[in-house]
Ligand binder design. Structure first.
Ligand code: FA5
Length: 338
C-alpha cells in the first residue's frame, strides 16, 4: 500500500507542474484532493489492510494530502501572478523614479565660505539671539534713545525695550563682555531684520556677518589687511580694495569697504552701477566708549569691527541682480546652486 502512496504522490506532483492555467489547476485539485479524488480513494481502502498496518498507512496518507495541498497553494500563487498580466508584472527595464536630493541654500553656502576664510585667519564663530535688547542693539553702541543715528535702522520692536536685531553689531558688546580682558578675534553671523521697503537690493530679513578683533596695538592697517585678504580669498587674487570715509556711531574712524567690480573689472557695469566699485562691508575702529561698554580700557586696548552682508556678497559673486530671489522659495533659483 505504501508503494501506491509514493506512486500517487509522484504522479500528482508531475501533473501539478504540467498545469498551465487556473482552470487546469482547479481540475487537478478535484482529481487528487477532492472528496472523491485519488487520495480519498486510497484512504478509503485502509479497511482492507491488516489492523496493525492501518495507523501507519493512515498517517502517511494524511501527510501526502497535506504536502499536496501546500504544493497546490504555491502553484495557485504562481499561476495567479502570471494571469494578472504585464500591468502587475515587474518591468526591470523601466528607468527609476528620480529622487529629489536636497542641497544647501546659497546663503548657507556663502556663510560657510566666509567662515572658512576667517577661520584660516584665526577667527572663531560665535552666535547670539535674534531677539535683542534695545540696550545692546542701540544704547551701548552709542545710540541713546532719540539719537538721530537710530534712523539708519528702521526697527521691528517686540516691546519698547526689545527689538529684532537690526544688525549684528550688538554681538560686539556680548563678545567683549564674555571674553574681557582676553584678546578677541571672532565673527558673529546671524539674521537681521529691518522695517524697510523691500527692493532688488534690500530685504526686510537678511544675514550679516560681524567681525571683531580686540587686543593691544590693533590698528586700521590690521583691518585693511584683513579686508583685502578676505576679498582676495572670496573673489580672486587680483582684487583691489578701497576704503571710503563713512560714519557709524560705534566706530571711529568709520569706513565703507569697496572692491573693484568682478563683473567688469572696474570698467563700469550694471552690478557696480557704472562706478567700477562694489561695497562689501561697513567697518571701522571700535569706538573707545564701546570698548569701555564691553569692559576694555581704551587706553590699553584697541580693536576693529566690520559688518558684511552675505547675500550681497553672493549677488556680486554669482551676478544675482535681485535679493528677493533668495527667500522666495523658487526652486528654479535654489537648484542653480548645487
Ligand atoms: C551696519 O549694519 C553696521 N552694523 C555695519 C558695521 C559693523 C559697521 C561693524 C562698522 C563696524 P549697514 O547698515 O551698512 O551697516 O549694513 C551692513 C551690510 O549689511 C551692508 O553692506 C549690506 O551688505 C547688508 N545689508 C544692510 N541692509 C540690508 C538689507 N536690507 N538687505 C540686505 N542686506 C543688507
Amino acid at each position: 500500500m505504501s508503494g501506491k502512496l509514493d506512486k500517487l504522490g509522484e504522479e500528482a506532483r508531475e501533473a501539478l507542474q504540467a498545469t498551465s492555467s487556473l482552470d487546469q489547476l482547479a481540475d487537478w485539485r478535484v482529481k487528487y484532493l477532492g472528496r472523491k479524488g485519488a487520495v480519498a480513494q486510497l484512504l478509503r481502502g485502509v479497511g482492507e489492510l491488516p489492523p496493525e498496518d492501518r495507523p501507519a498507512f493512515g498517517q502517511a496518507a494524511n501527510e501526502l494530502k497535506e504536502l499536496l495541498a501546500e504544493s497546490y497553494d504555491a502553484r495557485h500563487e504562481e499561476l495567479s501572478r502570471a494571469a494578472a498580466g504585464p500591468a502587475e508584472a515587474l518591468d526591470i527595464t523601466l528607468p527609476g523614479r528620480p529622487v529629489n536630493v536636497g542641497r544647501l541654500h546659497i546663503t548657507t553656502q556663502t556663510l560657510r565660505e566666509i567662515y572658512a576664510i576667517f577661520a584660516r585667519m584665526g577667527f572663531q564663530v560665535e552666535e547670539w539671539p535674534e531677539v535683542e535688547s534695545d540696550l545692546l542693539n542701540f544704547e551701548l553702541l552709542n545710540m541713546p534713545p532719540h539719537h538721530p543715528a537710530r534712523d539708519m535702522w528702521d526697527t521691528f520692536y517686540v516691546n519698547p525695550k526689545v527689538v529684532l536685531r537690526t544688525h549684528t553689531s550688538p554681538g560686539q558688546i556680548r563678545s567683549m563682555r564674555k571674553h574681557c580682558p582676553d584678546p578677541i578675534r571672532v565673527i558673529l553671523p546671524g539674521k537681521c531684520y529691518r522695517y524697510e521697503a523691500v527692493t532688488a537690493r534690500s530685504e526686510f530679513m537678511f544675514y550679516q556677518v560681524e567681525g571683531l578683533a580686540v587686543g593691544k596695538r590693533i590698528t586700521l592697517a590690521d583691518l585693511k589687511g584683513t579686508m583685502v585678504d578676505f576679498a582676495r580669498q572670496m573673489f580672486g587674487a587680483d582684487r583691489k580694495v578701497r576704503f571710503r570715509c563713512s560714519h557709524f556711531p560705534f566706530t571711529e574712524p568709520s569706513v565703507e569697504v569697496d572692491m573693484d567690480c568682478i563683473i567688469c573689472a572696474g570698467e563700469g557695469c550694471r552690478v557696480c552701477k557704472h562706478t567700477g566699485w562694489v561695497e562689501i562691508s561697513g567697518a571701522g575702529m571700535v569706538h573707545p566708549q564701546v570698548l569701555r561698554n564691553g569692559g576694555y580700557d581704551p587706553d590699553v586696548y584697541s580693536g576693529y569691527a566690520f559688518g558684511m552682508g552675505p547675500e550681497r556678497i553672493a549677488m556680486i559673486k554669482y551676478s544675482i541682480d535681485d535679493i528677493r530671489l533668495f527667500y522666495s522659495n523658487d526652486l528654479r533659483f535654489a537648484r542653480q546652486f548645487g
